[in-house]
Design a protein around this ligand. Structure first.
Ligand code: FE2
Length: 155
């Protein structure tokens, strides 16, 4: 499945409300929608200029919704879904947020970004913490999406 518009992605993120993110390495399950907003908010604080990293944090768990139950493959599923809309870098960060480094060459800069994303999503498990609302992210998603579309038309 590939996402073709920010509206489509927003619908999917809204649908994360009431779904559960169950961490692979143990840890407390958390509402997937809260988890997405908290991860993005933590990244906005630690990397205020890096909109793509923040957006990767926002969408990193949507694969769990795309095919419920098949947990192992969810990062790859989410990565494929967001690539046409948000671009290769966001897709790569999403894919690597849970995989080992042996899956393809990972350059130093990407590795550092992935570690920041991993740490943020591990910390983003506070039940009831107010991390804003999804609508706050629409303009950021549109910005990243527009940038990617421009790049694609240049090719
Ligand atoms: Fe997560």
């Amino acid at each position: 499945m590939e996402l073709r518009s920010v509206d489509e992605l927003m619908d999917l993120l809204h649908a994360c409300r009431g779904a559960w993110d169950t961490p692979a390495g143990g840890g407390r399950p958390v509402d997937l929608h809260d988890h997405a907003l908290q991860t993005a908010a933590l990244l906005r604080r630690s990397r205020p200029a890096d909109k793509e990293l923040q957006v990767a944090g926002l969408v990193h768990g949507i694969g769990q919704l795309l095919r419920a139950g098949d947990h192992a493959g969810h990062p790859a599923r989410a990565a494929d879904a967001v690539r046409p809309l948000l671009g290769e870098r966001v897709s790569c960060l999403v894919r690597l947020h849970r995989e080992g480094w042996e899956n393809g060459p990972v350059m130093g800069e990407v590795m550092e970004d992935v570690l920041v994303l991993r740490q943020a999503q591990e910390a983003a498990r506070t039940a009831g913490l107010d991390a804003g609302v999804l609508e706050d992210w629409r303009t950021v998603l549109e910005l990243v999406s527009a940038r990617h579309t421009q790049l694609r038309t240049v090719d």
